[in-house]
Design a protein around this ligand. Structure first.
Ligand SMILES: Cc1cc2nc3c(=O)[nH]c(=O)nc-3n(C[C@H](O)[C@H](O)[C@H](O)COP(=O)(O)OP(=O)(O)OC[C@H]3O[C@@H](n4cnc5c(N)ncnc54)[C@H](O)[C@@H]3O)c2cc1C
Length: 290
């Protein structure tokens, strides 16, 4: 690992100044569970490390029935998944965040870091897409919001400029009978990356689906919003038949590769299976809120 300097800013404005001064060599360090491994491998060689855990604006996790969730970008996954309010309102995001590595990894890793790392197989982005999350970004020219499905632009690439910081992730409050779900397929029981991951969120009025969003992971260079499949369900009862059609539509947008974890054909099959399962489970959770 090459030498670097370490800064521990105590405010967002200080962090932005330090990042600007570092030029192209600056990097945020949230949990470091991706970054430090990449530095050791020589894939990334930052000259200046800026500690995201010491920036108060990037911490915390708050929910209100009016504004929904504000999740600080570097807030540790272990605290997020243990929070009873998060488990109640965003069970699918808790499922996804809880899959990241072991207890040790979860104690450092953050949902923001998972997103900023830009891996097509990352677990939280599909369910963030399903939840209609927006990514709040700060930079030298002010603040902006980017939809979760637009945040990752390619493997290891995001919309963030070198002088920008993901501050927090914002998710609308679930209205009425709304619930989410995340499932992935991995070749062994734990500590592996998704062969395919699917996040679904549905809102029900009685039997009728009033809103739906489906996010797909590990089947394209970026996570995908399965928009046609999501729109198809709206206004229809959430029956097995309609779920099956939505799953077919989701399969239609998958552009997977074949690699040692699975063939493109297998991954496309998994999109169908996991879309059906997550829609059904999200539906069951939503019905339970009646
Ligand atoms: C053993 C092991 C198992 C793992 N299992 C999984 C798994 O099952 N599923 C999964 O999805 N991932 C897994 N990972 C990968 C990793 O733990 C996650 O991607 C984690 O969420 C990264 O979060 P972090 O806070 O550690 O990010 P970091 O490593 O600190 O940062 C990741 C990248 O994002 C940038 N960054 C971080 N925060 C910000 C910010 N606020 N603004 C701008 N840029 C930022 C960093 O500069 C870096 O480039 C695993 C890793 C290990 C080591």
């Amino acid at each position: 690992m090459q030498a670097f300097t370490y800064d521990a800013p105590t405010s967002l404005s200080q962090a932005l100044s330090q990042l600007a001064a570092a030029g192209d060599t600056g990097r945020l360090l949230a949990g470091g569970t991706d970054l430090i491994i990449q530095m050791r491998a020589g894939v990334k060689q930052p000259g200046v490390i800026i500690d995201a855990k010491t920036i108060p604006e990037l911490q915390g996790c708050t929910f209100s029935a009016q504004d929904g969730l504000r999740l600080g970008a570097s807030y540790p996954c272990c605290k997020f998944i243990e929070d009873a309010t998060m488990q109640q309102h965003y069970p699918g995001l808790v499922e996804a965040a809880g899959l990241i590595g072991s207890d040790q990894i979860l104690s450092r890793a953050s949902v923001g870091g998972n997103l900023c790392n830009g891996s097509p197989a990352a677990d939280t982005p599909p369910v963030l897409i399903a939840l209609g999350a927006s990514c709040h970004i700060a930079g030298p020219n002010g603040e902006r919001d980017v939809a979760a499905e637009e945040f990752v632009t390619g493997p290891g690439e995001t919309v963030l400029g070198p002088d920008e910081i993901l501050v927090d992730i914002r998710i609308p409050a679930p209205q009425g009978q709304t619930a989410d779900c995340y499932q992935r397929f991995i070749p062994r029981n734990e500590m592996d990356i998704a062969v395919v991951g699917v996040g679904s969120c549905v809102a029900l009025d009685g039997d009728t689906c009033t809103a739906a969003r489906i996010g797909l992971g590990a089947v394209a260079p970026t996570q995908l919003f399965a928009e046609e499949a999501s729109v198809y369900l709206v206004g229809k009862p959430l029956t097995d038949e309609n779920i099956a059609r939505a799953a077919e539509l989701a399969q239609g947008i998958a552009r997977p590769i074949s690699d040692m974890r699975g063939t493109a054909e297998f991954r496309t099959h998994l999109v169908g299976v996991l879309t059906r399962r997550t829609l059904k489970q999200a539906g069951d959770r939503a019905r339970a809120k009646a």
